[in-house]
Design a protein around this ligand. Structure first.
Ligand code: G1P
Length: 358
């Protein structure tokens, strides 16, 4: 079976972070989110992966993942171009997957327990598609299904319903037989102007095919918004093991589980409470406090600050005499102190769609 990762989309809900890079490379515990999808596919025995790229961040994703060798897989890039919807993106994989069943994975999704069960459970002799589902609190934000309780078959699907028939949402992992491609060709854009994969699956049902449901039990997170990135970071850090490759000058003030990359230094006096992930070549100064559920990227400098439950993506200088919580800092962003600066006052360079609470 081949895998298809959808990595198009504009990442509008993650602006301004996505003004300068694709959402699939946003790091969760210092690992770009798309690498979690690649790991899940590889661990389920899938090594031939097609990545569908939009216009946004196309070169950056290709430069980062290369031909996949570094990740133990073989990557083929397929260009979707304009973001015309998930069904359009899947349709672009037609030649790549040819005549076999294949798995589709949304490139900004994270799943705790991977997708092995979903794939093992799928029976292409009986079903035209198998859909990963999970119960959600806000069904109107997702694609929602109605399931026949006796057979477990999906009998209806609605994208972002006003009046949801259940709380079971499509979580963004699907197994399809090539029958899906003819349905994709037949559908029309939805009210939001997109070719919806839910409409194509609905077409399979209308033609008399069976669609299998598969409830995914471990946590699942779509990293579409800043608060989702912070939440995903918390979920992943909650399960890390300590892995110290850099230098901790004084073990007494460092507690809990910590990942510390090569050439990074935690100076004497710095207080770290894990779980925390710190990348490579980063200095945590002696007046820093780094609290639980924080990830600091590579090549950064953190001092004279209290930072907690936050993600700093890399090349950051964080040295304000402040307490920073629940924050997301993009690459190269700096937060420094206004102490002794004249004229007094907050000095800001704030991009479009930024949000500051000061
Ligand atoms: C997409 C799908 C939706 C699914 C969701 C999961 O929504 O259209 O069916 O429930 O992903 O994250 P979107 O992220 O485009 O709003």
């Amino acid at each position: 079976m081949k895998g298809v990762i959808l990595a198009g989309g504009t990442g509008s809900r993650l602006r301004p972070i996505t003004h300068t890079g694709p959402k699939q490379l946003v790091p969760i515990a210092n690992k770009p989110v798309i690498e979690y999808a690649i790991d899940d596919l590889r661990e389920s025995g899938i090594s031939e992966i097609g990545i569908i790229l939009g216009d946004k961040g196309r070169d950056t994703i290709q430069a980062h993942l290369g031909d996949g060798t570094e990740f133990g897989v073989d990557i083929t890039y397929i260009v979707q171009g304009a973001p015309l919807g998930l069904a359009h993106a899947v349709g672009c994989a037609r030649e790549f997957v040819a005549d076999d069943p294949f798995v589709v994975y949304l490139g900004d999704d994270l799943m705790r327990d991977g997708i092995g069960d979903l794939i093992d459970d799928f029976d292409p002799e009986q079903y035209a598609a198998g859909i990963g589902l999970q119960e959600v609190d806000e069904p109107s934000r997702y694609g929602i299904v109605d399931v026949d309780e006796e057979t477990g078959d999906i009998v209806d699907l609605i994208e972002k319903p006003d009046d949801p028939p259940s709380n079971f949402a499509l979580i963004g992992v699907y197994v399809f037989t090539p029958a899906i491609f003819d349905q994709i060709e037949r559908i029309e854009p939805s009210w939001r102007g997109e070719l919806e994969i839910t409409d194509a699956i609905q077409g399979l049902l209308e033609d008399g095919n069976r669609v299998q449901s598969h409830i995914v039990h471990g946590w699942w997170k779509d990293t579409g918004k800043p608060s989702d990135v912070l939440h995903a970071n918390r979920l992943v850090l909650d399960e890390i093991q300590s892995d110290v490759r850099g230098t901790i000058e004084d073990e007494d003030t460092v507690t809990g589980r910590i990942e510390l990359g090569e050439n990074s230094v935690i100076k004497q006096g710095a207080v770290i409470r894990g779980p925390v992930s710190i990348g490579e070549s980063t200095i945590i100064g002696s007046d820093a406090y780094v609290g639980p559920f924080t990830s600091i990227g590579d090549d950064s400098f953190v001092d004279n600050v209290h930072i907690e439950a936050s993600v700093a993506m890399g090349k950051n200088e964080i040295a304000a005499d402040r307490k920073i919580v629940d924050s997301l800092l993009g690459y190269d962003a700096t937060v420094t102190s206004k102490e002794r600066r004249r004229p007094e006052g907050d000095k800001l360079v704030v991009g479009e769609n930024s949000s500051l609470e000061i």
